[in-house]
Design a protein. Structure first.
Length: 162
């Protein structure tokens, strides 16, 4: 199932060089010639997971994926954001792909927002596409925007006309 790579294989010990290798410093730029490129695609990695017994007071920001099972009192921004059934978020959540299984008290902004049957959301949802499963509990307003991730978007939705 697993195989060793050349890096981890046992090799016979070779004597260490007497002086520093002058080729070591220039090797870094040769390996990554586009290091200064502004948008280099990064390889997909496994999501970071916050366990149910973890409580965070403060904001969380990542360009990767995160799955929250614990409690967060603050804002969360991620590429793919999954709020687990045991999670409680008190703050704004923002992501390209937001899946809510647990409780959110605050605004939800995402390109794709999905509330599953176990979701409990108290706040506004700003989205490009949305899916709400039967059984989900939602109190707030829903607004479709072409670019819901733009910070210049609506800060608060207008109250209903009386």
């Amino acid at each position: 199932m697993f195989s060793k790579t050349r890096v981890t294989e046992n090799r016979p010990a070779s004597p260490a060089p007497a002086g520093p290798a002058p080729e070591a410093a220039p090797a870094t730029p040769e390996r990554n010639p586009d290091a200064s490129a502004p948008s280099t695609p990064r390889p997909r990695t496994a999501p970071s997971v916050m366990s149910p017994d973890l409580t965070v007071v403060g904001n969380i920001k990542t360009q990767g994926d995160i799955q929250v099972e614990g409690t967060v009192e603050g804002d969360i921004r991620a590429h793919q954001l999954t709020i687990g059934e045991t999670a409680t978020i008190k703050g704004e959540i923002v992501g390209d792909d937001v899946i809510v299984h647990g409780r959110v008290v605050g605004r939800v902004r995402g390109l794709k927002v999905r509330l599953t049957a176990t979701a409990r959301v108290e706040g506004d949802i700003i989205h490009k596409t949305i899916a709400i499963e039967s059984g989900a509990h939602f109190e707030g307003s829903v607004q479709r925007q072409e670019d819901p991730l733009n910070n210049g978007g609506t800060k608060k939705l207008a109250p209903p006309a009386e």
